[in-house]
Design a protein. Structure first.
Lengths: 342, 265
């Protein structure tokens, strides 16, 4: 596709904003640290050891997590909207988040059934991550198997929603039989959290994320062709089935790991691509993909800063903040523009 | 005109049988189809609703498999031509609009270059000049920055034809390109196709219900009736009385002298 407009100006603004938001994010928190000390600690050690510790082992990993979560969810939303030719598609319509929820519910809520020491072993951090990844992967595998048989993408979308309903029902049954304590733990996971990731965990998160990102970049041409519809794409020599599988795997790697490490985070995947389309009036994924990457990261960093409630000891659930921000945007788009395009 | 010169024969079918096959039985839509299309010809495919025009076009463009018989493009069997290879020989204009109406006309036309571009779809200077001339040939340069949802039906149809031109194929197949258009735009689109066939030496095959317009403009017509699929010069078809077989004769009759249909009152 031709880029007679290269969008250099908006891209520069986005990159600068991303840096400001990143620095702003690590400067804010329940412990007030002067801005100059924050900058200094990034490049050298500072006298105040506890400040240094907070910045390096808490705020920096959290800011990086926010960056990966926002950009990854935005990109998987963009991929899904094009693949399913539906402006309301997001990374979670395929049942990825409900699959993850089911995995986590089985581990946390089902632990009581096994009882005793096994329960303690099960409810560790890694088991939650593994369960979430496994759950989303299983649901995705089923959706992919179906997508090879059912050629209509709209049908796959509905099947994804049905998988979501089934997992939600299983979760309700499990929560009915579990203790208040376990239920609380599950609900807290559902709030989403960007903190609590160590550098090691972040490295694993980043590695899987990177594979998903590279697959998305390799799909740019196929995504542009798919804008015409599947019949035209075929007549342009595109291998539809292969492209569709690569796009679905990319989405699940991105959205699956994000859900595993940070919990189900609502609306970012759906809203970010639409917000970007207001700035970049093109359908070309070569422009949209990097723009969604930057914009998603910025929005997530801002949401996290709000969730920290600066100057207070409270941390609000990140999922609530993204919904409070994302849902009005979608409503505004529908009312203002009368229609949502992809 | 030298239609029977076998050297410029570009698409040919032999004993073609089209239809749908399920595990247990076959539904034959039409059989004994022997066609020959030549370079630079404008070919109109006409027939009543449900006679199998779309099935024939789908089979000729490899969207569906023939039940029997063979199709040759440039003397090569269609079955042996890969999807990417075919995309450089044959382009399509379907009845459906593009899935995303957020595309600009320029982006839409540029997508025609996809078979020739690299892994990320970058356009070489050569691609850009082909896109420019495709826009000029369809007379839509002034629309190039408009989004598809801002276009009228006629403008969108021109943009879709322009996209097919940018694909730079020797054959263009259009499925009912004149539906939803007013009288003027129907004539405009078909005249445009006529000019394109002549100027670019492409073979342009379209299905249509505009039989009277097609008779005036086409170099060759394919007429599908219940009993046969026949292809010839429009004048020969008229003298053979083929158009009278298109519809029940007690309802609609074809007037040879004016080249138009009359409803029997």
């Amino acid at each position: 596709m031709p880029n007679h407009t290269t969008y250099k100006f908006p891209f520069t603004i986005l990159v600068v904003t991303l840096f400001i938001c990143f620095l702003g994010n690590i400067s804010l928190g329940s412990v007030s640290i002067p801005l100059s000390s924050v900058f200094k600690s990034l490049f050298a050690s500072i006298d105040n050891e506890s400040w240094h510790y907070i910045i390096h082992n808490y705020r920096l990993p959290k800011a990086f997590t926010a960056l990966l979560v926002g950009s990854g969810l935005g990109i998987s939303g963009l991929l899904m909207q094009t693949l399913f030719r539906n402006p309301l598609a997001g990374p979670f319509v395929l049942g990825i988040s409900s699959g993850a929820s089911l995995g986590v519910a089985i581990v946390i809520l089902g632990a009581g059934i096994f009882g005793g020491s096994l329960a303690a072993l099960l409810v560790s951090k890694w088991s939650v991550v593994i369960a979430a990844s496994f759950g989303s992967f299983l649901v995705l595998l089923s959706v992919m198997t179906v997508s090879l048989k059912v050629r209509d993408t709209m049908a796959i979308l509905i099947i994804g929603l049905m998988f979501g309903s089934i997992t939600a029902a299983v979760v309700s049954v499990l929560s009915y039989f579990s203790s208040a304590e376990q239920l609380q733990q599950y609900i807290f996971w559902g709030f989403g959290s960007l903190g609590n990731l160590s550098w090691n965990e972040l490295l694993i998160f980043f590695s899987i994320y990177l594979v998903g990102l590279i697959m998305s970049i390799l799909s740019i041409k196929a995504l542009n062709t798919l804008l015409l519809g599947e019949n035209y794409a075929k007549s342009l020599g595109l291998n539809i089935n292969q492209s569709r599988i690569i796009i679905i795997i990319a989405t699940s790697l991105l959205a699956g790991t994000i859900t595993a490490f940070a919990g189900p985070i609502a609306f970012i995947g759906l809203a970010i691509p639409h917000m970007v389309r207001q700035i970049f009036t093109t359908a070309n994924h070569k422009i949209l993909l990097p723009a969604v990457f930057l914009f998603g990261a910025i929005v997530m960093l801002i949401c996290d800063s709000i969730a920290q409630l600066p100057m207070s000891d409270y941390t609000l659930p990140i999922n609530a903040i993204t919904s409070l921000l994302g849902a009005p945007v979608v409503i505004w788009l529908l009312v203002r523009k009368r229609k949502m395009l992809f | 005109m030298n239609h029977n010169n076998s050297q410029n024969n570009i698409l040919k079918t032999e004993n073609l049988v089209i239809g749908y096959a399920s595990k247990k039985h076959q539904i034959v839509v039409a059989s004994n189809i022997d066609l020959e299309l030549h370079q630079g010809e404008l070919v109109g495919l006409v027939g009543a609703n449900g006679i199998g025009k779309s099935t024939l076009l789908r089979t000729l463009t490899k969207v569906q498999e023939p039940l029997n018989g063979s199709i040759f493009i440039n003397d090569k069997s269609l079955a042996q031509i890969s999807a990417l290879e075919l995309s450089k020989i044959l382009s399509l204009v379907l009845t459906e609009p593009p899935a995303s109406k957020n595309l600009t006309v320029l982006e839409l036309v540029a997508l025609g270059r996809q078979p020739y571009t690299n892994w990320i779809g970058s356009l070489a200077p050569e691609d850009i000049s082909i896109i420019e001339s495709a826009l000029i040939q369809t007379n839509i340069q002034q629309l190039k920055n408009k989004k598809c949802f801002e276009l009228s039906d006629g403008q969108l149809q021109k943009a879709m034809i322009s996209r097919a031109l940018a694909q730079d194929t020797s054959i263009i197949v259009l499925d009912e390109p004149t539906t939803h258009l007013d009288m003027y735009h129907k004539a405009y689109i078909l005249k445009l196709l006529k000019t394109l066939a002549k100027e670019t030496n492409k073979t342009i095959l379209f299905s249509s219900h505009e039989i009277e317009l097609a008779i005036q403009l086409c170099d060759r017509m394919i007429v599908m009736t219940d009993s046969q699929v026949i292809s010839d010069d429009p004048c020969n078809l008229i003298s053979q009385g083929i158009f009278n077989q298109l519809f029940p004769e007690d309802m609609i009759a074809f007037d040879d002298k004016t080249g138009s249909f009359r409803v029997n009152k």
